[in-house]
Ligand binder design. Sequence first.
Ligand code: PLP
Length: 572
Amino acid sequence: MLMALMEKHVREPKIAYFSMEIGVRDDMPTFSGGLGVLAGDTVRSAADLSLPFVAVTLMCRKGYFHQIIDDSGHQTALPVVWEPSMLMTTAPVKVSITIEGRRVYIQAWVYFVESLRGANVPVIFLDADISENSPEDRGLTDSLYGGDLSYRIKQEAILGIGGVRMLKKLGFQVKKYHMNEGHAAFLTLELLHEYKKDIEQVWDESYIWDIETVRDLCVFTTHTPVEAGHDKFSYELFNQVLGDYFPEKVLQKLAGDKNINMTLLGFNLSKYLNGVAKKHGAVSENMFPGYRINAITNGVHSYTWTCESMKKLYDKYLPGWANEPELFVRIGAIPDEELWEAHMEAKKKIINHVNSISDVGMDLDTFTIGFARRMTAYKRPHLIFSDIDRLEKIGAGKIQIIYSGKAHPRDKEGGQIIETIFSYIQRLKGKIKIAFIQDYNMEIALRLVSGVDVWLNTPLRPLEASGTSGMKAAHNGVMNFSVLDGWWIEGHIEGYTGWSIGPATSDIRSDADMNRIDAEDLYHKLENIIIPAYYNDRKTWTRMMQNAIGKNAYYFNSHRMMRRYVTEAYIR
Ligand SMILES: *Cc1c(COP(=O)(O)O)cnc(C)c1O
């Protein structure tokens, strides 16, 4: 049955998209946040656009965690239990790779991401949990970003090396390999093996590796300027885990003298490199001097990230919008009152939800700010609390705030931030209503980005490579109020599509200074511009909602993003 479904896929050469995490759906907990959700949107748009596409990722049976938070804001991470066989089937083939001298077998689960237009994209989940393997090896694909460096390099070997072997074994022909981040960069080494030149008497080993052919086949997207986001492994660890899989002398030229830098490896073996927003492309070029790094700004999947009431409205006035988000250019055709009503319907949903899970007692008419994303220091989730008395003075009775987000279990500072937010919730009780929704996921994300009035983002420049949740908000007519970093530098027109916080991105000073300067501007605009506009100037407000859709959603969608990958990266 599965192989029959696969048949049409293996007949046509594919773009193979490798990603450590892919957010296909909430009940497949194989993603942790922005990177995975973007990968999911990539696959969804590829399906809608009928691109010849196949995705490869890991079968994380333990998933990313469920979050529970106690009254003091302390986060506990619970394992997610899920059963892949409820959602997909395995292919009747296996491949193996040698890890620490042992042969580790890998099987593949295949899930088809269906487009409403009839096409689909297979997503291959690589899985080491099979009886041929030792108990320890069976756990190798279980945990997303879990374990130590040794666990991590084994996972990346399974993804990169095992992934290439699995595609081949399944019969796929691949015309481009797209690495979504450095996690998959070992695939380049497997391709070097595959295209090894057959030279009988090799006097210099470097001549047998056909680097140019492999470069022509590969595309690499880097996703973060945060140093820790670029995986590095010692040669000692590599040799211990992968033995003589690849000669160290050659690898040193490709991945770095001292360490194996997975980003560098991907860079050196890809003809096309890109960052995920214009600014991020430039920042990455500074991080990696000597490389030409292009920019394809991220987008989100329009149909997935538009709430029900807005979908209805767009269907009525802009039929075909989901597959042609350019139709948002006609947003002015939607009457103001209907746009407002559709928004209020979404707002009612999130307010009711908050009131059903907490005793915060939010109301529909109060101006509501949303903030939800990974809880980590550079995103500064608590910047709005910098001057608590001032916030109280500005906001008492006039604003309410909804938070959501997980901290990576090893990110102690991130966990601390959640506790800090909880302490401020207590401190402002009776004055400003603030809720924190546990266990952030895609469903909560959609409810939030569509149901609040303004979407807040306060990252420390230049560390937000792109950000995508703000694009989701724009799809629902929700304006961004954000630091000028990542995509917002491109999407922001002051007082028109939303509002900036703080100075332009080039104007960077010490972290402490930036916290002060940004907080000052945040308070100033909230008090003098945004709150008054919300309560006193419905006309301007709905006009800005239209602009968020007509300018931001029109452009920052994954259909546009994929068309650019096709024309700039895939068919070259
Ligand atoms: C969109 C999304 C993200 C990314 O949010 P950013 O603000 O871009 O960091 C993270 N997690 C989930 C569940 C999402 O839907």
